[in-house]
Design a protein around this ligand. Sequence first.
Ligand SMILES: Cc1ncc(COP(=O)(O)O)c(C=O)c1O
Length: 498
Amino acid sequence: MRASVLSDWLAQRLDRGNGQPVYRQLHRLLQQAILSRELPAGTKVPSSRLLANELGIARNTVTQVYEQLVLEGYVTSTTGRGTFVADSAPDEIVEAPEAPAQPPAPTAQALSVRGARLVAGSGVSKRQMGAFMPGVPDVSRFPAQVWNRISSKYWRRLRPELLTYAPGGGLALLRHALADYLRTSRSVRCTPEQIIITTGIHQSVDLAVRLLSDPGDVIWTEDPCYWGVRSVLHVSGLRSRPIGVDAEGIAPSPDDLANPPKLMLVTPSHQYPLGMVMTLARRRMLLEYARQHQCWIIEDDYDSEFRYGSRPLASLQGLDTAGQVIYVGSFSKTLFPGLRVGYLVVPEALAESFATASAELYREGQLVQQAVLAEFIAEGHFTSHIRKMRTLYGQRRQTLLDAVARRYGDALPTVGGDAGLHLVLQLPQLPREADDRKVAAAALERNIVVRPLSGYYADAARAAPGLLIGYACVPDEEIAPAFGLLAGAIDEMLGRGA
Ligand SMILES: Cc1ncc(COP(=O)(O)O)c(C=O)c1O
């Protein structure tokens, strides 16, 4: 097919009455034409202005479809020359799967009350990488060769004791390596025995609340907070009391303070998801309050290694003199989430009980992996990887901030980008029919994953509209085009012209 007849071919196939957005239909039709070689490699496709005129659709829609096809490798675009079908197109159409047939709603008999609540309120995403998945590092940069070398050594000279169940708390070698790292990098005060290896922060929080509270006890959570740990708390039967946050971190009101909880869960180094750092005054206040009222503070230190422009901040645990803080950390952001290794640091008096309980409840293993990780840390590869990734993510963050500023100036401010792997783009208060969830859904139509900020709030009265945009796992050159696609979705929902 020659480019000159492309518009007619598309016009015959676009169906405005079938409920599918024009953007999606046009994208799919062009993919089909390229894959079936009806549009051969090297063909120049019509300009966005011409094609939009001939099809009677918005030029913006055509521009966004072309940008998406560039990202996917179907076409290439050269400024001044135009857009051409690529020499080798991807083999298969890669698209978001069609919505599966709805399974029958679980009946009250099938799921428990807490089970049904967990599934109904779940926040987990179907996609776990690509633009702009929050909270996921660039896993393609993991130094796999180094890991492979250490791992091969352990498998060659296998010690049978590494193939059985883990001793309570995990492999001593890893607990030693971690104690050194946490002391020097996070100002955590601990011995190796106080460290309990887990499969990540989800499991660490699960273990801590099972051992330190009973169903019905109250836990303070930050509002907004991470949906994952909120779910862990709910299924444990705890009653969450969402506490608002201000510029200094969690901000309990006099009424809250009058009713001490059994536990509180905070993200002092980088409030999730808004990104503020808890001030020293607020840290002291919380520690003193916890000491007076005998409550536990769970400190979730999930991504503070990545701080741009200033040094990583010391932990809350390092300030605790009364043994009230349970510190939880993870390799999900520093190495890769699929590793599933995290750790708790518990006060000395609890160490033995936590080690026993973790072996009792979870029957841990993965000792070869723990040995490899210990050596990876001890040989300095861990800190060197963090250093490299900090530089890389810092550049990506800046590329994203530049793209936001070019498009919106000061109209849509960002917050929380001083550390971590994501930032929050604030949206104006939106009419109901265009809330941030709808913006995120419109972005997904363009193959862009962002998370609506309002979904992180427990108290609807506090919920502010915004989007969590993860930049760490997006290659530099894809950030600006992907943000262009996202901006298309934002503008469409806000009713702004591009
Ligand atoms: C605040 C916070 N805590 C914990 C986690 C999950 O940690 P893990 O993978 O170790 O379970 C995340 C993941 O995004 C997070 O954002």
